[in-house]
Write a protein that binds this ligand. Sequence first.
Ligand SMILES: N[C@@H](CCC(=O)N[C@@H](CS)C(=O)NCC(=O)O)C(=O)O
Length: 96
Amino acid sequence: MQFVTLRAGHTLYRCPTPTDLLCPCGRVARALRRAGVAYEEVRVPYRRANREMIEQLTGQRRVPVLALDGGEAVCDSRRIVELIDAGGADVARPTG
Ligand SMILES: N[C@@H](CCC(=O)N[C@@H](CS)C(=O)NCC(=O)O)C(=O)O
């Protein structure tokens, strides 16, 4: 699969689960909406074996990954939600 950039702001790379209620990807989507953060979504393949673009971006293949408009990519739903909750609608400058 080819890496595609859809960056009009922040980009959330997430699994194909079609609801925000069941998995870590949905938890991040809910946190972004709650904080009023504008973002694009990219659904990645279900199988990790087919997530080469996530590996190129982060060095690992799990999602969610939030690619910030400043260029950094943050992995792990807990870290991402902490970042969103700490920064409110301004998550462009992560602090850690
Ligand atoms: N601890 C991680 C878990 C992430 C996770 O399990 N992501 C799922 C999608 S919601 C995944 O990538 N599953 C594919 C796999 O583990 O093979 C987090 O909270 O972000």
